[in-house]
Each structure stands twice: as C-alpha cells, then as structure tokens.
Design a protein around this ligand. Structure first.
Ligand code: COI
Length: 388
C-alpha cells in the first residue's frame, strides 16, 4: 500500500500529480517539483541552476553536511499556533543573542529520509511518526508545535524543492532535518516568546565512517546520556552535546561509538549516542523499554514489527549489561544509522565479539526494511509515502 500525500498549495500551474520525469537534461527532477519551485521560490531568487545535476560523488556519500538549495521556515508566538510557512533559499538565519534556544537549549530536532526509487518516484518513511514525536517533545519543552499535517507538508516541500539532491536509487537518501526552536529573546529562565520551525536537507550515505562494517562499541561508565525525569525520551537538542566527550574519547581509542548505561543502577543498557540497540538470543529479540530515558526511534518501532512478522518474539524490557555476554547478535537502529550490526562490545576492559556472516538476523531485518522502502516487499502497514 502506498500512501500518496498532497501538500498545501503545491499543485499549481497545471502540474499533474504523479507526472514524474526521472531525468531531464541529465538531471533528476520532477515536473511537479519544478513548477512548485518556481511558485514557492519566486520571492527567494529561484535559480535556473537549480535544475542542474549537483556535483556530488554519489558513490561516496557519508554523513557530512552538504548545502542544498532550499529550506522551509514557519514562525509563531508563545501562545499561538503555527499557521503558514514558506520556502526560501538555504542560508543562515538571524537569531537574537538572547534567543531561548541559544541560552537555555529550548529546541528539538527530528530526522527523516527521502528516497528515490528505480522508477524515479520519491518516498518518505513514516514521516507522521516524526511529527508526533516532535509534538511530544514540544510539550515536554513548553513549545507550540506544528500539526502533523504541517510537519509532513514541510518535510515534503523541502524534499521536493531539493529533489536534485536526492541520491540515485540505492546510493543513499536525502536526510531531512526538521528543527523546532525557541527563537524569541528571553533573559530569565522561561519559555521563549517566539518559536521557529525550520526544515533543511542534505544528501547522505552511511552514518559511520566504517561504512557498513560492524560497529565496535565501548560501554561508558562515567557519563550518562539521560536521567530519569529528564528529556532523554524526547529529541531535545540538549541530549546530544553532553555525549560528545564520551564519543570522542571512544573514537580516540578506536571504537565506533558508545553504549550508555542507566544512570541510577549503572547496570542496564540504554542507547548508543545516535541510535537504539537490540539484542538477539535464540528467537527472542529484546530492546530497552521506553521509560523516559530511551528515544522512541521510528526505525526501532519498524524493526520490532518486521521481526514479529518474521516470527521472532519481540520484547521491550530492562536489559542488564550481563545479557550482552551470551547474546547471539547485537545491532543498532536509527534513521541516520539504519540497521547496523555490532561486531564487538567492550565493557570494563573485556571485549565481547559477535558472529558476523551473511545469515545474521540484523541483515535479514535490514533487507526487509529496505525492500519495503524500495517497493519490492509489500508495505502492508502503509509506512511508505509517495510525495511526488
Ligand atoms: C537520526 O537518526 O536521525 C538522528 O537524529 C541521530 C543524529 C545524531 C544524526
């Protein structure tokens, strides 16, 4: 089942929904996206260059920021609702030095990806889930949030406006980054007086510099990612800077990333810096339960459903670190990371190694997820949304 979503005010100038032309003049570009761009960006220096193929080595995409053409922006006041946003050229934004986000970290981010299929069609994966997660986070951080429709529409507009940056099928995706920030000035600790919802995008490939090689994780005992009652369960920007030190220490020692323990008992596994974690023992696939310190990943949820479909017993539970010792497999999931197998975990100086071959379960789950995205496996839950 493919959901097709239409966005607010996009279909103008006689463009026909679904009339996608995969390549024009050597460049992937849809007629709908082209016509929309002319409309949406008239006031923001629409450039004929925007039809040209970007000079990108699609075979070597990592997770570095690549500046694309357009971004979406929408503002509202403290006790207001978001109303109408607009596309503009990608560029710096102006912020007061006393903006709530700069001073008190009042901000959330999201991440979702736009993919191109063999037939040229452009697809998003469960963007409504990101919208709902942002709404949840906004409540936690006392911010107004865009409606699900506004959020998904903004993601769609941003992906289509930057469609020449969506990698060819199988080469990567366009990572779309929505942000919700307290942009109004504030001095005393309080919610900001104005909020900005912004969406930009960048083409990406593998998140880890190791590419698709198994990850070597280091279990961190000194630093914690989240605390009970804190904001670890929502995608607050303030959850990420505190792990930079742990990541850089681990990388200096040759590890790919860090696995964090719960901050109360220092015993139960929680998350990796940028992704959720799963462990497999026999037919049982477990992942830490959502308890306020675990981010409810969209890929996490999807992999749980796929694993159930394949006959695995899926459990959300409290997982003591000792369970890693006799696990058959460990893997990570996340929008940026995808499904990444773990080759080893080092805890208190001991390295636990996991089997790696083409038969591993994480590979099977990953292939199924990719198959759904590519349209070669039935999307029975309506996860994939065609946007062009
Ligand atoms: C994502 O997976 O989209 C994330 O937000 C992780 C981020 C640290 C790149």
């Amino acid at each position: 089942m493919i959901q097709r979503i239409m966005s607010l005010g996009i279909l103008r100038r006689g463009s026909v929904p679904g009339s996608y032309i995969p390549k024009i003049g050597g460049c992937y570009f849809g007629t709908q996206a082209a016509s929309y761009l002319q409309d949406a960006c008239e006031s923001s220096n629409y450039s004929p260059m925007d039809h040209e193929n970007p000079d990108v080595d699609w075979n070597n995409l990592g997770f570095g920021l690549m500046q694309t053409d357009y971004m979406y922006m929408m503002k509202c006041g403290k006790d207001e609702e978001f109303k109408q946003g607009q596309m503009s050229r990608y560029g710096s934004i102006e912020l007061s030095p006393s903006a709530g986000v700069l001073n008190y970290g009042q901000g959330l981010f999201e991440g979702t990806k736009a993919y191109r299929r063999e037939d040229g069609g452009v697809f998003l994966f469960r963007p409504q889930e990101n919208a709902l997660r942002m709404q949840n986070g906004a409540q936690r951080l006392c911010m107004p949030s865009p409606s699900v429709h506004q959020f998904v529409d903004a993601v769609k507009q941003t992906a289509l406006a930057n469609s020449r940056w969506i990698p060819p099928p199988g080469k990567g995706s366009l990572y779309v980054r929505p942000l919700l920030i307290g942009s109004g000035p504030i001095l005393g600790l309080a919610p900001a007086s104005e909020y900005t919802f912004l969406v930009y995008a960048s083409p990406v490939g593998n998140y880890f510099k190791e590419g698709t090689a198994p990850l070597n994780l280091y279990v961190e005992e000194e630093f914690h990612r989240a605390t009970r009652g804190g904001a670890g369960g929502v995608k607050s920007i303030s959850n990420y800077a505190p792990v930079l030190k742990a990541i850089s220490r681990a990388r200096d020692r040759g590890f790919s990333d860090v696995l964090y323990l719960d901050s109360v008992n220092k015993r139960n596994i929680e998350e990796v810096s940028s992704c959720n974690i799963f462990i497999l023992k026999g037919n049982v696939l477990s992942t830490p339960a959502i308890n306020g310190t675990i981010l409810e990943g969209v890929t996490r949820k999807s992999i749980m459903d796929i694993a159930s479909d394949l006959g695995y017993q899926v459990e959300e539970s409290c997982i003591p670190i000792e369970e890693l010792i006799d696990a058959d497999e460990v893997f990570c999931t996340g929008t940026a990371v995808g499904v990444a197998p773990v080759g080893s975990i080092t805890y208190k100086g001991n390295r636990i190694e996991y089997r790696m071959n083409t038969q591993i379960v994480s590979q099977k789950l990953s292939s199924r997820l990719i198959g759904i995205l590519r349209g070669v496996i039935e999307d029975k839950r309506g996860w994939v949304v065609q946007i062009d």
